[in-house]
Design a protein around this ligand. Structure first.
Ligand code: ZN
Length: 410
């Protein structure tokens, strides 16, 4: 009964603001926010922050955490935006996650801006996840304006999810313990898919120092960092186990100074994917062993990074959240189904590393993510916003503040 009343009030509120909501999605899509372009990401952050401040939220733009020397590249990333209904001391309550960054470089939005063709809206990051950002803004505001939430709400807009959230996960370790539940607005899977199971991911960085030498005159005095790295890459490739869905991908390599010099340095960036935390720990251990092995004498290798986003497992808490979402869907005549996703998201981190009940893919639906064909289904925006809000109300009652221990980094 109460669910039906809430559904009607939320429905009326959100339908009145539907045009404004679609305008916000269009506005956000037309702003580039490639993860590595921190200035662009922060521009999106300002739009989000200003709108939420005007809506009465307490907004904080977080400074970057202290960074180690080999993390200097992260200084160029954007900043996390946090919006709260209550003072931080009141605890996070119900947490909504959305990320502001996309995989599309500066200039993409100008080349192919937001457009609607039939029941598809296109544009860089339209589903992943500008629509999710807008959905969180409007759903949380609706709950706040209508006084429907009995507990605090915390909204997180991260700047670096497409990189595995290297900055954001540190903030979450500090800000999210004690939360009651996490609803992540990554794009929903057509039709009605909500993610209860997801792979985890990691990022690692291999750096090899060799000894430079003239390749003709005194080749034997050199020690090639490139040859060392090449051996390591081949060894790493043997760790791939498709049956277990364990993958290590050397996606980026650089090195050397010129063709006629023995390479004094070389580096590689690795991406790790896994289904369980046990597999992840084993994989990291194996990678460390390979990094510690020397194929070319007199080279030196350093390895940094590790697991960034943990896997999301369909445990009791996640399934209870799914049931709440499903009931919310029933209340508005929108059927939901469980979905297994192979990519990682921050919901896996909040669930496995922080022990907070988490559910993913609660945002408006879309597909072909990370490609020029990415699309959003505009007719799912309103129902998904309503389901997000109605699930939050139920989760606020069902879950007490989490007391789970924070898992150490792997
Ligand atoms: Zn995403």
């Amino acid at each position: 009964m109460e669910m039906q009343q809430n559904a009607e009030r939320l429905g009326a509120y959100l339908e009145r603001r539907q045009a404004e909501l679609m305008d916000m999605i269009e506005r956000l899509v037309n702003m580039d926010s490639f993860s590595m372009d921190g200035g662009d990401v922060d521009s999106v952050g300002r739009v989000v922050a200003d709108w939420l401040r005007q809506a009465g939220f307490d907004v904080e733009v977080r400074d970057k955490p202290a960074l180690a020397e080999d993390e200097a590249w992260m200084r160029g990333l954007g900043n996390l935006v946090v919006a709260r209904t209550h003072a931080r001391e009141a605890g996070p309550g119900i947490v909504f996650l959305a990320h502001m960054d996309t995989v599309f470089p500066h200039g993409t939005a100008a080349r192919r801006p937001f457009r609607v063709e039939g029941d598809r809206a296109c544009g860089p990051g339209v589903a992943d996840m500008k629509a999710g950002v807008a959905a969180v803004m409007f759903a949380a505001r609706a709950l706040n304006d209508l006084g429907l939430m009995p507990v605090p709400m915390t909204l997180m807009f991260s700047p670096d999810e497409e990189l595995g959230s290297p900055l954001t996960t540190r903030h979450y370790r500090e800000l999210l313990p004690g939360a009651q539940a996490v609803l992540c607005a990554e794009p929903g899977f057509p039709v009605g898919g909500v993610t209860t199971e997801r792979n985890g991911s990691g990022h690692m960085h291999l750096r090899v120092e060799g000894v430079a030498a003239h390749a003709g005159r005194c080749y034997e005095q050199g020690a090639s960092a490139i040859v060392e790295l090449a051996n390591k890459i081949v060894a790493l490739d043997r760790l791939v186990d498709l049956e277990r869905d364990v993958k290590v991908n050397t996606g980026l390599i650089t090195g050397g100074t010129s063709a006629n010099a023995v390479a004094p340095h070389a580096e590689a960036r690795l991406h790790l994917t896994f289904r369980t935390l046990e597999d992840a720990e084993q994989l990291v251990q194996d990678i460390r062993a390979i990094a510690g092995q020397t194929f070319v004498p007199r080279t030196r290798t350093t390895l940094s990074g590790g697991i960034r986003l943990h896997p999301l497992r369909p445990g009791a808490d996640t399934m209870a959240l799914f049931d709440m979402a499903s009931r919310a869907g029933d209340a508005i005549g929108y059927a939901l189904r469980t979905n297994t996703a192979r990519g990682a998201s921050e919901a896996g981190f909040t669930s496995s590393a922080l022990g907070i009940p988490s559910l993913c893919s609660m945002g408006p639906e879309g597909a072909d993510l990370h490609s020029p064909d990415e699309y959003l289904v505009p007719s799912t925006v309103l129902p998904r916003c309503k389901i997000l809000a109605l699930t939050a109300i139920q989760a606020a009652r069902a879950f007490a503040p989490s007391t789970a221990a924070v898992q150490p980094w792997v």
